[in-house]
Design a protein around this ligand. Structure first.
Ligand SMILES: Nc1ncnc2c1ncn2[C@@H]1O[C@H](COP(=O)(O)OP(=O)(O)O)[C@@H](O)[C@H]1O
Ligand SMILES: [Mg+2]
Length: 294
């Protein structure tokens, strides 16, 4: 199980959108994924279309760290049901074409079946967020509190990937997420303030690594909402490339016209029917690969 935090000290750069985009890519690839919504605004939980009836939010699980269970309280995203439907319809059409081919090329059909069986395993759950989590977003969090999320996650089973959506600050919650993570992905816009903020976040991450968690890796920096026709965006992207070197990830995510509509409908970008969503989905799948393999 790989744990990845999605962070930036600035709000509005696209942490939640990148978290949701990676979650969509992971589901499309048949991974079993848990999103931990650590932002007290709980936007990721909203975007994942959940009904949390009877389950505890992540903040409460962090408070009752010794007896809480993420496995018992994770809420299924409505994206999973749609994913399963898509996989089932592919399976049905595969079995039709297998009948047609009358076992003449059965090896190929078998390979296709095992791939869809793997995809059918894919699911997406959320340890959902709420304002309660805010009690830990202090600048002076004690080491005991810093360890809470790592302790709760150490008991989790049955997931390939955990994505943690962080709040827009370097206070207690982001640090708690870093402490629990194998990798940290930083999100930046191609604008002056965001690039400067990302440089500060990178320095803070390096200090945190030295002091608390020598094994956490930087998954890299993803540039988001890029508009290639803007001279300013081109200049800032070049600046980021000089500043971050190999840590600047490829692909860069463009400004996606239907992004807000997709999020407003609580849909996965990989399940949205427009051409621009399809192109974005390809980029997000590439980004997931880059982050997982970094
Ligand atoms: N690549 C993108 N293209 C278009 N709009 C985007 C993109 N990324 C984020 N947005 C929009 O920008 C706003 C802020 O994004 P959000 O993910 O909430 O940022 P954060 O979590 O960092 O505060 C949202 O309205 C979101 O829909
Ligand atoms: Mg957010």
């Amino acid at each position: 199980m790989q744990v990845v935090s999605i962070s930036s000290l600035k709000g509005g750069v696209g942490k939640t959108s990148v978290t949701l985009g990676l979650a969509s890519a992971a589901l499309d690839a048949g991974l079993r994924t848990l999103v931990v919504d650590l932002d007290p605004h709980a936007d990721a939980s909203t975007g994942l279309g959940i009904n949390p009836a009877g389950r505890e939010p992540i903040g409460l699980m962090l408070k009752n760290v010794r007896r809480s269970s993420i496995n018992a309280n994770a809420v299924p995203s409505s994206w999973t049901e749609r994913h399963q439907k898509i996989v089932r319809s592919v399976q049905a059409s595969q079995s039709d074409s297998k009948d047609d081919a009358a076992a003449s090329d059965s090896e190929e059909a078998d390979a296709g079946e095992s791939k869809t069986a793997e995809l059918a395993e894919g699911r997406l759950d959320v340890a959902y967020g709420s304002a309660f989590t805010g009690i830990y977003d202090r600048p002076d969090l004690r080491l005991r509190d810093l360890k809470r999320l790592k302790t709760v996650l150490s008991r989790v089973t049955g997931y390939d990937l955990v994505l943690i959506d962080c709040p827009p600050s370097l206070n207690g919650l982001t640090r708690m997420a870093w402490y629990a993570s194998d990798k940290v992905l930083l999100v930046a816009e191609t604008s002056l303030f965001s690039v400067a903020g990302t440089e500060r976040t990178m320095r803070a991450l390096n200090m945190f690594r030295r002091e608390f968690a020598p094994s956490i890796q930087t998954a890299g920096v993803v540039a988001n909402k890029y508009r290639p026709e803007s001279g300013e965006h081109q200049f800032r992207l070049q600046e980021m490339s000089t500043m971050f070197g190999d840590a600047l990830l490829s692909p860069v995510l463009p400004d996606i016209p239907d992004w807000q509509q997709i999020q407003g409908a609580a849909h996965a970008v990989h399940q949205w029917p427009t051409e621009s969503a399809r192109l974005s989905a390809v980029l997000l799948s590439e980004l997931l690969e880059a982050v997982r393999n970094k």
